[in-house]
Design a protein around this ligand. Structure first.
Ligand SMILES: Nc1nc2c(ncn2[C@@H]2O[C@H](COP(=O)(O)OP(=O)(O)OP(=O)(O)O)[C@@H](O)[C@H]2O)c(=O)[nH]1
Ligand SMILES: [Zn+2]
Length: 384
């Protein structure tokens, strides 16, 4: 099944994709201009597929792409599309994002890269086939929180942020756990590591816990995070009810016989809700989570506020509130070690990402420049 054959019900055609009264209100001025609302289901090379009440429209994003990578149209965005004109049409406006996953960089001045937007649930998939790695769960939680906080958005662009995404812990492959008591303990361990985060064991192969998960996810737009092999694709397939995550359609892009693989990155779930799966999110180890680390380890950051020195490294400094909490047993050793490890890891990732993002942006602008020159040459050719 391809996007263009996607049938939308006549009544509220975009409701399936998360359209609500707030979006409707936000969109009102553009509706007056005769523009169509739509949600971006895929982006590639300056073009995107937008699901609209008139079906899926291929649209060019050049009018809404200023020199700010934070405002580059992204899977999950709500946009206004011009219904007039040839294929591809044009995206005219990007509606303010509610949340966004941003791959940020260390420098306040260098730009981040938006990976997915308007996310309500960040589903952290943890395989029960392996021994629980609480540190890894904390890492993913920090990433989930970096979406919730929306801080990158507030600091780095004028786009507004309203509410955060809710992290959910999903323990996959529950069928591999020998008995209910063991499963109960595993769930408790994760709940302790992630206070306030709902934890749900599921089995894609045995069909356990899926109804509950589907019911939760029906409330909004979700992304699945987790280590490779955690069972994300399998889970996505059972939630969607068909093997779409591996479906790749070959398309003739430029009429020159050059083929590229394409795939849908945003899907409506049969029980309601929307699932986003983008390649950038898959490479989750590649982006930073500094704001998130602070939130996951908020008790350590609160303790640190009471350290005598404001730049205390909590190593051996006198008057260190963190070390005092460690000594008195209030703060478990493992938590502090995990916090330190994540901060270190984060610094390494940020350094690497900076170089990568810079290279990507350079490449992109080089390509755009070349395309622009080619277009100019073509026009001149017509005039002479
Ligand atoms: N026993 C059991 N195995 C499962 C379950 N779900 C997935 N698996 C297996 O786990 C392996 C990895 O599953 P995937 O769905 O490919 O994992 P993934 O998280 O998408 O991995 P990446 O694509 O690398 O990110 C596969 O061999 C699946 O068959 C489950 O509920 N129970
Ligand atoms: Zn200290």
């Amino acid at each position: 099944m391809s996007f263009s054959s996607f049938q939308l019900p006549a009544s509220h055609p975009l409701a399936l994709y998360g359209w609500d009264t707030d979006w409707e209100a936000e969109f009102a001025p553009y509706a007056e201009q005769g523009l169509l609302p739509g949600r971006v289901v895929r982006v590639d090379r300056g073009l995107c597929d937008v699901v609209t009440p008139a079906g899926v429209i291929r649209a060019d994003t050049e009018f809404v792409v200023p020199r700010d990578p934070m405002k580059v149209v992204c899977t999950g965005d709500w946009v206004a599309v011009d219904p007039e004109g040839d294929d591809p049409r044009y995206v005219r406006t990007l509606l303010p994002r509610r949340t966004a996953f941003v791959r940020s960089t260390s420098s306040k001045r260098s730009e981040g890269q938006v990976l997915a937007t308007n996310i309500d649930y960040v589903v952290i998939c943890v395989s029960l086939a392996l021994e629980l790695d609480l540190g890894r769960i904390e890492r993913f939680l920090a990433l989930a929180m970096s979406c919730s906080s929306g801080e990158a958005l507030l600091h780095k662009s004028a786009l507004s942020w309203e509410s955060g995404a809710q992290p959910l812990g999903v323990l996959t492959k529950a069928d591999l756990v020998p008995d209910a008591a063991t499963l109960g303990h595993l769930v408790q361990d994760v709940e302790k590591t992630a206070p306030g985060v709902p934890v749900l064991p599921v089995s894609s192969s045995a069909g356990e816990g899926l109804d509950v998960l589907a019911a939760v996810l029906s409330g909004g737009t979700s992304v699945l995070l987790g280590q490779s092999g955690a069972g994300k694709s399998t889970l996505a397939n059972v939630l969607i009810g068909e093997d779409v995550m591996d479906v790749r359609a070959a398309r003739d892009v430029d009429g020159k016989g050059r083929h590229t693989t394409t795939t849908r990155n945003l899907l409506a779930l049969p029980g309601g809700g929307v699932l986003i799966d983008t390649p950038g999110l898959r490479g989750v180890g590649l982006w930073d989570a500094e704001t998130g680390v602070g939130q996951v380890f908020s008790e350590i950051e609160e303790l640190a506020a009471d350290c005598r020195f404001h730049d205390c490294a909590h190593e051996a400094e006198p008057g260190c509130a963190v070390l005092a909490a460690l000594d008195s047993g209030v703060l478990p050793e493992r938590r502090l070690a995990s916090y330190r490890k994540l901060l270190r890891e984060n610094q390494r990732i940020v350094a690497k990402t900076d170089a990568r993002v810079r290279a990507e942006i350079r490449r992109d602008w080089k390509r755009k420049g070349a395309e622009g020159r080619a277009a100019m040459d073509a026009k001149r050719g017509r005039w002479h």
